[in-house]
Design a protein around this ligand. Structure first.
Ligand SMILES: Cc1cc2nc3c(=O)[nH]c(=O)nc-3n(C[C@H](O)[C@H](O)[C@H](O)COP(=O)(O)OP(=O)(O)OC[C@H]3O[C@@H](n4cnc5c(N)ncnc54)[C@H](O)[C@@H]3O)c2cc1C
Length: 505
């Protein structure tokens, strides 16, 4: 089939809807349900870009197996140019939503590409698994599947691992193995973008299991519409308003869901790792999937930061606060974050090298630094929007108000130095959706946590980063200082008595 159109994505979802539950109701058709129809429309728009004659070259490449044009985020990079090409494609998708769609399909396409390139890693668990991951990657590429994923066990008792929970099937675990496959029961949290074709159920990128956790150690992928698989969605932050009133929530509410496995059969051909705790613990690092995912993430961060800078600058200009020094300082801070993200991305690409799987892989330290710093940069940028927008973020009548009986009053009192009331309200509603609304608050939580607990991510940097050369350099520096401070007295002539101080030592 090759690269899909938006229509093909929507039709597949309609034909095979996942079992989504929201507000006590089972969703019959996610493409028309109020909580999902706008975000599915946005994902469809991303797929449509692949067929835009002006973008086709940029968004797709020729499949090595079928000769069809397929999505570029599936490309296995062999050269620097490949990496740059993939990044440009990912940036195009990220720009569409101002970086607000964290889970555009490229995120997991990069992970799957890396796992398939490192298929021998899975084969070392079981030779069938290596062939499975290779075949699955090709299937996902040729059918242009949209994937969601879930890596984390439910947050019941964090003092113990999945095997130590009161209920052995609280965390999704293996019930039995049959001739057809593996039966899974329990829950995982969280899966963002449950309106996907398939779900990757993989080990954590960060958390380590112990030997008792073998029944919870696996990697597999199955259709979201598999019998027994349910998605319990949180309340939607798409309130069904127009994009004028809710410029972000009405388009990019990608939803998060807890995933329930009710004795779900996973066919053997979709199993990639099983019961191998150590291999699961190291899976994302060893296959380098985490690096390729971070390449997508930092690309998205650049797009998101550019978008925030645009909002902040327009807000400052609209109400004429640019002359105040602290305002300039805050705008400059956002600029510094943007330039830092760009520099990290560029450094990661410039220092890319072929890894042991034969894949051109970006350098990890700059991407790791970028993804971790962003967990603090993003909340700070949102704070800056609040500090500069102030009460303007509450003076945001809806379109019904602007066009209603109070229209003239609103036109008079909501005008700004450099915008009429209508223009000002549109801008401030955008700033509100970015920095104040439920949608905006969820974005902050997302940026803090989606790649893992920032505290434990920092712990991994601390333990894995090679600090020795810097410690050694300081030791040598201190030794140099010791030498400089040694007494400068001339050496005594042979046979002469030593000076009094030295005799006493
Ligand atoms: C909006 C959003 C979307 C997400 N989407 C996805 C998704 O699509 N797929 C997916 O797999 N995951 C997703 N996640 C989950 C994400 O991976 C987790 O939030 C992250 O790994 C942290 O785990 P947790 O939320 O269970 O927090 P917990 O591990 O329960 O941590 C809670 C608090 O306790 C502290 N804590 C707990 N244990 C320890 C410890 N051992 N040492 C030190 N401190 C500890 C943490 O620092 C934190 O402050 C999403 C999360 C969010 C918020």
């Amino acid at each position: 089939m090759g690269a899909r159109t938006g229509q093909q994505y929507l039709e597949a979802l309609r034909a095979h809807p996942p079992e989504l539950w929201i507000g006590g109701e089972r969703v019959a058709d996610p493409t028309t349900h109020p909580a999902f129809r706008h975000v599915t429309g946005s994902i469809a728009a991303l797929y449509d870009m692949q067929h835009d004659p002006a973008l086709r070259e940029e968004m797709t490449y020729v499949s090595p197996s079928s000769g069809e044009r397929v999505g570029l985020s599936f490309l296995t990079p062999r050269t620097h140019e490949d990496l740059v090409r993939v990044r440009r494609m990912m940036k195009r998708w990220a720009d569409y939503s101002g970086g607000m769609l964290g889970r555009s399909p490229d995120y997991l396409n990069r992970a799957l590409m890396a796992f398939a390139a490192a298929a021998d890693y899975c084969a070392a668990n079981d030779p069938r698994f290596g062939a499975n991951i290779r075949r699955y990657y090709e299937e996902a590429r040729e059918r242009d599947l949209c994937l969601t994923h879930t890596l984390i066990n439910p947050q019941a008792n964090r003092a113990v691992g999945p095997a130590g929970q009161a209920d052995p099937y609280l965390a999704a675990g293996i019930v039995r193995e049959t001739a057809d496959g593996v039966v899974i029961r329990g829950a995982r949290m969280l899966a963002t973008l449950p309106v996907a074709d398939e779900i990757m159920v993989f080990p954590s990128t960060l958390l380590r299991g112990g030997q008792d956790d073998a029944p919870y150690a696996f990697a597999f992928a199955i259709p979201c519409a598999t019998p027994g698989l349910r998605f319990l969605c949180r309340e939607s932050f798409d309130y069904g308003r127009s994009p004028v009133d809710h410029p972000l929530g009405s388009r990019f509410e990608e939803m998060d869901a807890v995933v329930i496995f009710d004795d779900v059969l996973v066919p053997w051909e979709r199993v990639f790792l099983l019961r191998d705790v150590e291999r699961c613990n190291r899976a994302f690092a060893e296959t380098r999937a985490v690096v390729h995912m971070a390449h997508q993430v930092v690309t998205k961060n650049v797009a998101k930061t550019e978008f925030i800078l645009g909002v902040v600058c327009l807000l400052v200009e609209t109400i004429a606060i640019e002359q105040f020094q602290h305002v300039q300082e805050k705008v400059a801070e956002v600029i510094h974050y943007l330039e830092a993200m760009r520099a990290f991305l560029r450094a990661a690409e410039a220092d890319a090298a072929i890894d042991r799987w034969g894949v051109m892989t970006p350098a990890w330290p700059p991407l790791d630094a970028a993804r971790q710093l962003y967990t603090r940069m993003y909340p700070r940028m949102i704070e800056i929007v609040q500090l500069l927008g102030a009460s303007g973020l509450m003076a945001i009548p809806t379109r019904d108000d602007v066009d209603g009986p109070q229209a003239q009053t609103i036109a008079r009192y909501y005008q700004a130095a450099r915008a009429n009331a209508r223009q000002r309200i549109r801008l401030f509603r955008l700033a509100w959706d970015l920095a104040v609304s439920a949608f905006g608050s969820r974005q902050v939580l997302y940026e803090r946590f989606f790649f893992g607990d920032p505290v434990r991510m920092a712990g991994v940097t601390f333990t894995s980063y090679d600090k020795t050369p810097y410690i050694e350099r300081v030791r040598q520096f201190l030794a140099r200082a010791d030498a400089a401070m040694a007494p400068q007295t001339p050496a005594p002539a042979a046979g002469a008595p030593a000076p009094a101080g030295e005799r006493d030592r």
